[in-house]
Design a protein. Structure first.
Length: 67
């Protein structure tokens, strides 16, 4: 039986502060890892190639500035 989002929300809302802090840290790592994985997949699939090419072209045309 799968747990629902509503059940997860209720469980998280009932966590004591120390457990909520641990959960928050875990979720931050989990979410960052998922984001990194998605970016890697997009890179491998060439999904970002057009954006990179546009950025390089803008730079070559002098449309960028140093940060």
């Amino acid at each position: 039986m799968a747990i629902t989002i509503e059940e997860i929300e209720k469980t998280v809302a009932r966590l004591p502060p120390d457990q909520l802090k641990k959960f928050r840290a875990w979720y931050e790592r989990f979410d960052a890892d998922a984001w990194d994985e998605q970016i890697e997949e997009d890179i491998k699939a060439g999904a970002l190639d057009a954006l990179a090419e546009a950025a390089i072209a803008d730079h070559k045309e002098g449309k960028t500035k140093r940060l």
